[in-house]
Design a protein around this ligand. Structure first.
Ligand SMILES: *Cc1c(COP(=O)(O)O)cnc(C)c1O
Length: 307
């Protein structure tokens, strides 16, 4: 099975042209960043494998993507999480809801183990002879297979446009996607740390590539943002982009990257290299993020509210 080549859309941001690689349109279910990172497992010979095993947050994009992969490969998915919040259990939404609908077996260890990963390694995998374990969020060398295909699509597009130089911009979690893009492209890749700050991201780069000359450039927003928390400026730029371009971005990663891109464009007006922003999908997460934002903003508008 092959994934199709995703389109590039031209938008206007800050009175400048920005190109957006619509990887959110990769396919209906198996899509975006995680589809690129898990592509290897879509291609790999899985005869003899009847179960995929993953772990992470019950809201993670990778949970839903693994459930899609399991469906495509006709495997069971066992996904281990530390804990499922009761409101989510009672009102399944977003990635959690969609993964359940795909038949995922989501196993909450509820604080009974020190480390979910060690539990899987020591207790689960030895008893599962026909299972394939996939590291959290697809952070592994296998991710390069699919990300290289993305890089090749970008190169092809740049050639068609006659662009010899390009600035690639995308937000990072583990930094796996940004790093493998940088390794496979002759253009500068700019990213920002949505999870854990700049030193954490740098460390992630080193784990995948010792040569720091091959690392993406890290953009900083000038202040610390915590992953998954709500920030009015995040919602504002997300809504601005949706109104101006008609494109829905994700609310967890994309807002910080657009804020960083805004600063980059303002700081470096002389840099005429075109910008290509990678839309990495993750829109199911908005099913939980958007109501949270709307609740927060409604509370702030209530007269007499203390915020
Ligand atoms: C997982 C994910 C990221 C982060 O990707 P990394 O390779 O871990 O940096 C960014 N955006 C979306 C929508 C994702 O699902």
């Amino acid at each position: 099975m092959k994934l199709k080549n995703t389109p590039v859309q031209q938008i206007c941001f800050q009175q400048q042209t920005v190109f957006v690689k619509r990887d959110d349109l990769l396919s209906k279910g198996f899509t975006g960043n995680k589809a690129r990172k898990f592509y290897h497992f879509l291609q790999q010979d899985l005869s003899g494998v009847d179960k995929l095993i993953g772990h992470g947050s019950p809201q993670a994009n990778s949970l839903f993507s693994l459930s899609e992969l399991a469906k495509l490969r006709q495997c069971q998915l066992d996904f281990y999480v530390d804990h499922i919040p009761s409101y989510l259990r009672e009102h399944p939404r977003g990635n959690y809801r969609a993964a359940l609908e795909n038949g995922a077996n989501i196993i909450a260890l509820d604080g009974q183990v020190d480390s979910v990963l060690n539990h899987i390694r020591e207790q689960v995998l030895p008893k599962e002879s026909n299972a394939l374990f996939i590291p959290e969020g697809g952070r592994c060398r296998y991710a390069e297979v699919g990300v290289k295909i993305l890089a090749d699509e970008i190169l092809q597009w740049a050639n068609l446009q006659g662009f010899s130089e390009l600035r690639i911009v995308l937000p990072s979690g583990t930094g796996t996607t940004a790093l493998f893009l940088q390794k496979n492209l002759p253009f500068d890749v700019f990213t920002c740390a949505c999870v854990g700050g700049d030193p954490y991201l740098k460390q992630q780069f080193f784990e995948l590539e010792e040569d720091s000359a091959l690392h993406p450039k890290i953009l900083s927003a000038g202040r610390k943002y915590h992953f998954g928390k709500l920030y009015p400026e995040f919602y504002a730029i997300w809504q601005h982009l949706r109104a101006e371009t008609g494109i829905e971005f994700d609310l967890l990663y994309d807002p910080l990257a657009w804020i960083c891109l805004q600063q980059l464009l303002n700081a470096d007006v002389a840099d005429s290299r075109p910008v290509l922003y990678i839309h990495q999908g993750g829109l199911l997460g908005n099913e939980t993020m958007l109501p949270r934002y709307l609740r927060k903003l409604a509370l702030q508008r209530e007269p007499g509210s203390r915020k």
